[in-house]
Design a protein. Structure first.
Length: 70
């Protein structure tokens, strides 16, 4: 299984919000945003902070998919 954060980026576009603004409102670091940009795992605590800051559900920011070749 793999995670993708394409929904998060679409949500930011829809809200006309930049990644740098997300670091401020959600209280996450730039390195965390970099991990998200590369579809790497981040803690559930980080995802919760993002969801609280954006007033959305976790399903609105993350998607779990099958990895290629499985």
């Amino acid at each position: 299984m793999a995670v993708q954060y394409n929904k998060l980026w679409k949500l930011l576009i829809d809200r006309k919000m930049k990644k740098s603004a997300l670091t401020s409102v959600a209280g996450v670091s730039a390195s965390t945003i970099a991990k998200l940009s590369h579809d790497e795992y981040v803690s559930l605590e980080i995802l919760e902070r993002i969801c609280r800051a954006l007033h959305c559900d976790i399903g609105d920011v993350v998607e779990v998919t099958k990895e290629a070749g499985q």
